[in-house]
Write a protein that binds this ligand. Sequence first.
Ligand code: F0G
Length: 405
Amino acid sequence: MHLRCSDPTCAATLDLHDRALSCEVCADLLEVVVDGVVSTPSALKHMWLQRRCSYSPLDTSGVWRFREFLPNSYSTVVTMSEGNNPLVKGQRTGEWAGLRNLSFKHLGWNPTACFKDLGMTTGMTEAVFVGAKAVGCASTGNTAASLAAYAARAGLAAKVYLPAGQVSHNKLAQALDFGAEVVQVEGSFDLALERLLGATNHDLYFLNSINPFRLEGQKTVMFEMLEQLGWQAPDYVVVSGGNLGNTSAFGKALVELQAAGLLDRIPRLIVVQAEGANPFARMWRSGASELVPVEHPETVATAIRIGNPRSWKKALRAVRFTSGCVMEVTDEEIAEAKALIGRDGIGCEPASATTLAALRKLTAQGQIDRDAIVVAILTGHALKDTDFILKSQRLEQTVAGEVYS
Ligand code: F0G
């Protein structure tokens, strides 16, 4: 395996463990090239299933279980049995969105309650391999919490740059609990990321999703989803888009799965942004060839309050490869969909609820058939943003055994 520029017209190559974050020739982002998978599709499927009966640390991880498709020659792997996230059938939510076959893949049911852990296990493992002593990221909250936890497991120092006053208390508390040094930046996530990139010295290993090793872990969501569906692809996979790392990772997974003969057909990726932080959706709608950043992103879904997503080129290739689309939903639609997911006994954070909000719109417009098989990705747990719930839901008071509202 090696690193390669993600722009196919450049395709410059680097050693797998080179610490560069972008191509020295054209400045585009890098990606890991997976090669050397020699097993047949049926042998791979059998082996991956067998590993579910094993208690070895690598096999209990829903990421490393698929290690044939990951950089995998490590003697130390930083893992907390992440992944293994179920597909949960949408009941009331399915009815509400007008869908008979809606499932949620709940990535909020991970060690730090977010999908970030899937990429952090691979990213932190690489950080240890290259001898990093400290790791860092800019974050709207979840990456910070996950990085802090995995750094603590690895015995590395963690430094996180957060947009001051714009991160949910729950996520901030996690980062502090796991012992990260927190730098609050006056301004948006985009500015925090710029600050970090500007401040980075060679001692700080950088773990935002522009790090290609992060995406390797995140791509296993598609492997696990297909396994759970008996290796029959759904019609649609719906995911929220912020910095667009997840979208890029899912696209990469689908390309690799198809090349390996593990995909019967390509599911369409639907990427959903919040209306106030919608540079990718705008670009898609206008057909522009370059992304124009949103200067002052604003949305109740603070996890995706991002105006200048770094992985947009990779994400665009992913959406095109799957004949998918990009769309946006309003804050009101997010709040309504989030409440519905709660009422279905599942729960998620606001950013994740963009998926259900989008699906309701698409079925109402007749763009998705009622019988379509749809997997909506829930990226974070309901407890990630309890302030949002307490602000938006009616609180009843119990006095001496009687309930007043
Ligand atoms: N959902 C949640 C809950 C997130 O935390 C994020 C991103 C996204 C969706 C969007 O994912 O960036 O891969 O498109 N959170 C990052 C963070 C930016 O810092 O925690 P993406």
